[in-house]
Design a protein around this ligand. Structure first.
Ligand SMILES: CC(C)(COP(=O)(O)OP(=O)(O)OC[C@H]1O[C@@H](n2cnc3c(N)ncnc32)[C@H](O)[C@@H]1OP(=O)(O)O)[C@@H](O)C(=O)NCCC(=O)NCCS
Length: 128
């Protein structure tokens, strides 16, 4: 289940963000985290499994019609189980009328699919 970020999740969120290839530098990571905590157009979501918070999606609300997926990351022990797709699908369910676009940081993963359509189909197939 996707949940909205709150301050008490900061440590785990920074740990997850640090798995992004471009967030390895501590200063950069802190500045990204600061952006998500302060900028109104940025929002972090965390993915909760029974064992805890294992994934993160960071988005930019470009405008009321457009959302850019800036960060997507999972704990290594939870990769390869289609949770990446499920996170996007859940985000889409929460924002059904918004068009998703990838960021340079996420285009490799997002680019595998049509994130506005194929994810829904593929994910609802697997969660049935
Ligand atoms: C990106 C990430 C969240 C994907 O999560 P996941 O649950 O392992 O992926 P899923 O199981 O939902 O997706 C599976 C498909 O995506 C592909 N995929 C996974 N990571 C990918 C990546 N970084 N780039 C391109 N494709 C990727 C898999 O090969 C698989 O393809 P297949 O269905 O053709 O076999 C996860 O690999 C991760 O946390 N990576 C480190 C952070 C990162 O690099 N994020 C930016 C990605 S561009």
């Amino acid at each position: 289940m996707l949940i909205r970020y709150k301050k008490s999740y900061k440590k785990v969120a920074m740990g997850l963000l640090s798995f992004m290839p471009n967030e390895k530098n501590l200063q950069r990571l802190q500045s990204t985290m600061n952006l998500y905590e302060t900028a109104q157009d940025h929002q972090l979501f965390l993915w909760r499994e029974d064992e805890g918070l294992v994934g993160l999606v960071g988005v930019l609300f470009v405008n009321e019609h457009l959302m850019q997926i800036q960060h997507i990351t999972l704990n290594p022990s939870h990769r390869g189980q289609e949770l990446g797709k499920k996170m996007i699908m859940n985000l889409k369910e929460l924002n059904p009328d918004i068009l998703f676009i990838p960021h340079d940081n996420t285009k490799e993963f997002c680019g595998k699919y049509d994130i506005n359509n194929s994810f829904n189909t593929r994910c609802s197939d697997t969660s049935a």
